[in-house]
Design a binder for this molecule. Structure first.
Ligand code: GCU
Length: 358
């Protein structure tokens, strides 16, 4: 089934690429492996058309152009274009135009597109060690998380992922804030979640987490959540304020309770062949920009939280601030032990992340 979706999507993309030729340039499309030169298409972030022989890195993004990650990536794209004299261009396709994160992940792996922003939980399904980064309450603060993402603590994890030859490299982790539960009533304690089906991202850790928190973890892709709540298939979701507001989930789940249980990152991934095919000078520019953008995205994130909350409040949401998180933290503790015990690497990574909290 997955393969069928990936094939259908690849065909659709190939067709749409063939059909959309930017002004004054050819629509030659080659595989990612041989350095794709594609036409300038919808979602392109650069103000001017890329050079005819430019390598266009098509990047799948599941959220809107307003999202801080989109803005950070658009800035990165501008700089990449400028610093490589137009030879490398990032073309962002937002709003799940290239499919859900799961679909986009497969498209990157098979080289139909070059890059994607995916949730940590997607990559966790290929390399279980990533589960550590998405454990509930593993980061003490945003500062702690920033240290983890920018101190080199994840270099080995990313290198192991490339070495496993699964068709993708992880370039960096972006913050996606802290996630909290939202449903049709305020949630103060794990007991309040009893019998409540709460949508989680599609990974075993996310499901276990929500179960430990007292509810029933129900996995599905982000695009299905609104309707599922509306139809009563689930009772709510859990996410950060920005996604809650952007996707108007407050319309169907008006109580956002600050359980702040998870600061799971999103990962910027690239097709391995296209990454390896970058000339050394481009690789250096690219890697510097990735590091810069990782820091920048934290700033952009923080700039947008208040506005997102206000949008939700104007739409009828109530933010429940006085949640005592300790009982939730206690309830989730066994999951830390379980995940750290899955492998030596997981334990090492767990200890490295926690060591940066001090
Ligand atoms: C966040 C996260 C996304 C993810 C989404 C989800 O918005 O940034 O990467 O897709 O949550 O809940 O699926």
């Amino acid at each position: 089934m997955k393969k069928v979706i990936a094939m259908v999507l690849s065909t659709a993309i190939a067709l749409s690429l063939g059909a959309c030729t930017g002004a004054g340039q050819s629509a030659s499309v080659s595989s990612a492996a041989s350095g794709a030169a594609s036409a300038a298409g919808e979602g392109q972030t650069s103000t001017t058309a890329p050079a005819a022989d430019a390598v266009v890195l098509k990047l799948a993004f599941n959220q809107s152009e307003n999202h801080p990650q989109y803005k950070a990536l658009a800035e990165m794209g501008e700089k990449l274009k400028e610093q490589t004299n137009g030879k490398y261009v990032i073309e962002i396709h937002p709003n799940e135009l290239l499919g859900s994160q799961k679909d986009a992940f497969e498209l990157v792996q098979n080289g139909s597109i070059q890059m994607a922003m995916v949730a940590n939980s997607i990559v966790e399904n290929v390399n279980k060690d990533f589960a550590v980064l998405g454990l509930p309450y593993i980061y003490d603060s945003q500062e702690h998380q920033k240290k983890v993402f920018t101190s080199g603590a994840l270099d080995e994890l990313f290198a192991d992922t490339s070495a496993a030859n699964n068709g993708f490299d992880v370039l960096t982790a972006f913050t996606a804030g802290a996630r909290s539960v939202y449903t049709d009533k305020p949630i103060h304690t794990p007991e309040d979640l009893k019998g409540y089906k709460i949508r989680v991202m599609e990974s075993p850790t996310c499901i276990s987490m929500l179960n430990y928190m007292g509810g029933v973890g129900t996995p599905m892709s982000q695009g299905e959540v609104y309707t599922a709540i509306q139809q009563g298939t689930i009772n709510g979701g859990e996410n950060n304020e920005i996604t809650y507001a952007d996707l108007k989930h407050y319309e169907v789940a008006p109580y956002f309770s600050y359980t702040q249980h998870m600061m799971v990152p999103d990962l910027l991934i690239i097709n391995t062949d296209i990454h390896n095919a970058m000339p050394d000078d481009v690789k250096e520019i690219f890697s510097k920009l990735v590091d810069e953008t990782t820091e920048r995205e934290f700033e952009l994130w923080n700039e947008q939280i208040d506005a997102a909350k206000q949008t939700a409040i104007d739409g009828g949401a109530t933010f429940v601030e006085d949640v005592d998180i300790k009982p939730f933290q206690e309830a989730c503790k066994p999951l830390h032990d379980e995940v750290a015990a899955t492998s030596e690497n997981a334990k090492k990574l767990y200890d490295a992340v926690r060591a940066l909290a001090e």
